[in-house]
Design a protein around this ligand. Structure first.
Ligand code: ZN
Length: 313
């Protein structure tokens, strides 16, 4: 079975217009920052659009029909796939790991996330990691508002892929369009928000939690980034495999068939168009192949990111 969900669009102070002008999404409001495309998170639970389970939320399906997800033991549907359109800079932030999220926030998942850069300006950079050598130095630089010295800027280009481990200070900047695959969590600790006002007030910072969870010293930049140019066509190119997810890139030219042998498999079309098992799909379409789907046949010319749950199974 292939599930198609109604995407959940989010308005954000830093969001742009691309999700409603370049993609087949609809939303009220001016600054649309995120499309939660495959999500069972309570803050944006996707509803199945058609077929036997039309009208059911993904969280409900996961609860009632675990067999569709290979009888996974994870207590909530583990992944969230979204597209982010940043017109201006996002806050500098950090996420906790599962243990910290459970203890301090009462939720099952912290947030490991990864980004595929769908578009960005020339000579762009993202904030990945920091330069503090000790936790005291980290606390001092934050207390003294010395963010330019603290944060590390990493040059990034279109097509790059970045893995953001919990505890990694990071920020998406204006001009980036990103496909994010992440644990199903929205626990974010804001370290710095450029002094911006939202509705006349600064957004809340979470300095204490940030200092708790930020990795010191930080080596994220040496491990986080990989370029994806020159990957072979018509195969699933593994970009990341961690305990939370596996993520692949596919450049389809012509036709390609493979076996869906995972508890579930998410496919997001980033560019181009074609067919999946004979059904027309195009840029901005996302789908979830349930467990036991078997063979998948793709035809056309398109770029896609695929993902499934990680870990040994
Ligand atoms: Zn993040």
């Amino acid at each position: 079975m292939i599930l198609f969900l109604e995407p959940v669009l989010k308005e954000n102070v830093w969001g742009g217009r691309r999700l409603v002008t370049e993609f087949p999404y609809h939303a009220e409001g001016g600054h649309i920052g995120e499309c939660w495309a495959i999500s069972a998170h309570p803050h944006g639970d996707g509803v199945v659009k058609e077929g036997e389970y039309a009208g059911t939320t993904l969280s409900g399906l996961y609860r009632e029909h675990r067999e569709l997800f290979g009888n996974l033991e994870a207590e909530e549907f583990p992944l969230l796939v979204k597209i982010i359109d940043a017109e201006t800079d996002l806050s500098i932030q950090v996420h906790p790991d599962d243990a910290y999220a459970r203890e301090h926030e009462g939720v099952p998942y912290g947030k490991t996330e990864c980004w595929y850069v769908m578009d960005c300006p020339e000579d762009a950079a993202l904030v990945i990691g920091h330069h503090a050598r000790t936790r005291q130095e980290l606390a001092d630089l934050i207390a003294q508002d010395r963010y330019e010295e603290l944060i590390r800027q990493v040059p990034v280009r279109k097509g790059d892929f970045l893995q953001i481990e919990p505890g990694t200070v990071h920020a998406i900047k204006g001009g980036f369009l990103i496909l994010e695959t992440q644990q199903s969590s929205d626990i974010t600790y804001r370290v710095y928000d450029y002094g911006r006002l939202v509705d006349g007030k600064p957004r809340q910072l979470h300095v204490r939690q940030s200092i708790d969870v930020i990795n010191v010293p930080d080596e994220a930049d040496t491990k986080a980034l990989r370029h994806t140019d020159g990957l072979p066509e018509n195969r699933l190119n593994l970009l990341e495999e961690c305990s939370h997810y596996k993520v692949w890139k596919l450049d389809l030219k012509g036709s390609f068939a493979f076996e869906q042998k995972y508890p579930f498999l998410i496919l997001s079309v980033l560019e181009g168009s074609g067919t999946v098992d004979g059904r027309k799909v195009g840029k901005g379409d996302h789908m979830l192949f349930t467990c036991g789907h078997g063979g998948v046949t793709l035809e056309g010319e398109l770029e896609a990111i695929l993902s499934t749950v990680g870990g040994e199974r």
